[in-house]
Design a protein around this ligand. Structure first.
Ligand SMILES: Nc1ncnc2c1ncn2[C@@H]1O[C@H](COP(=O)(O)OP(=O)(O)O)[C@@H](O)[C@H]1O
Ligand SMILES: [Mg+2]
Length: 253
């Protein structure tokens, strides 16, 4: 049982001019086996929250706390966070020319698990996960994300998720740019990860359609850098009907 606790988190982004405050007091708790959806308009700070949790150097925490099972996440380096069981699937996955998927995955799994997985077991594990996500075998030899379509990049994020088995997964717009078949495959991947590992999922999304496949226990509306309302799955239905207007009028980012 793991719990990620975010308390009154304030974050500024470093720009060429003065630092700009983006997160303005985020409170959120995600535990093993739970799925929390964060929904909000463009520019409300959703990706900033994801990057801050991952430890991106451009995002400076000015106050507040983040803990994983009581351990201070903000005091950890990026790789310590990963080893502690935090995972981030980025909205815009980076390309790493010259590093094959297969080397990348094995290196990451070795780092996170603390030892190299036995080769035969590993090969089988990767093969099965790739098949489940409908990723062609030849992708294993391609450079990480290089020349991948948007949908292929997203499927590889979920492949990492399934292989790294984090305690808490933060998925930033994993649904964006997916056609309906890819959306189903990716959603099933997230559900498989969660079922196999009792994972906690923080699902950041702009649209409600992914919530047809991944059932949230809680929905949080994000506006101007904080959670402004929380509810059950019915809150997503309301957003589908009415949009974000009720939450954004008068708000400044
Ligand atoms: N590196 C950056 N430099 C300047 N502004 C940034 C940077 N990152 C984020 N911002 C600003 O922070 C706000 C929130 O962005 P973001 O977290 O990406 O929102 P969302 O993911 O909800 O669309 C936006 O106004 C964006 O322009
Ligand atoms: Mg974003």
């Amino acid at each position: 049982m793991a719990t990620l606790e975010i308390r009154d988190l304030h974050v500024s982004v470093l720009t060429d001019e003065a630092p700009k405050e983006i997160l303005r007091g985020v409170d959120l708790t995600v535990s093993s086996g739970e799925t929390h959806a964060i929904m909000g308009p463009n520019g409300s700070g959703k990706s900033t929250l994801a990057y801050s949790l991952a430890g991106h150097p451009k995002y400076q925490v000015t106050s507040g706390t983040v803990s994983l099972d009581g351990e201070d996440v903000l005091a950890m380096t990026v790789d310590q966070r990963a080893r502690a069981g935090l995972f981030l699937a980025m909205q815009y996955p980076v390309e790493i020319p010259g590093v094959s998927m297969t080397n990348f995955l094995r290196t990451a799994a070795t780092a996170v698990r603390g030892e190299a997985p036995p080769i035969r077991k590993w090969v089988k594990e990767v093969k099965e996960a790739m098949a489940g996500l409908e990723i062609e075998p030849e992708f294993a030899e391609r450079s990480v994300n290089e020349g991948f379509s948007g949908g292929e990049k997203k499927r590889h994020e979920i492949l990492q998720l399934e292989l790294l088995k984090p305690k808490i997964a933060v998925l930033d717009e994993t649904d964006s740019g997916l056609d309906i078949d890819a959306l189903r495959v990716v959603s099933e991947g997230v559900n498989t990860y969660q079922a196999n590992n009792n994972g906690g999922v923080l699902l950041i999304t702009h649209y409600t359609r992914i919530l047809r496949y991944i059932k949230p226990d809680a929905v949080h509306v994000f506006s101007a850098g904080r959670v402004v309302e929380s509810g059950g799955a019915e809150l997503a239905d309301e957003l589908e009907t009415n949009g974000y207007v009720r939450f954004t009028s008068g708000a400044t980012v």
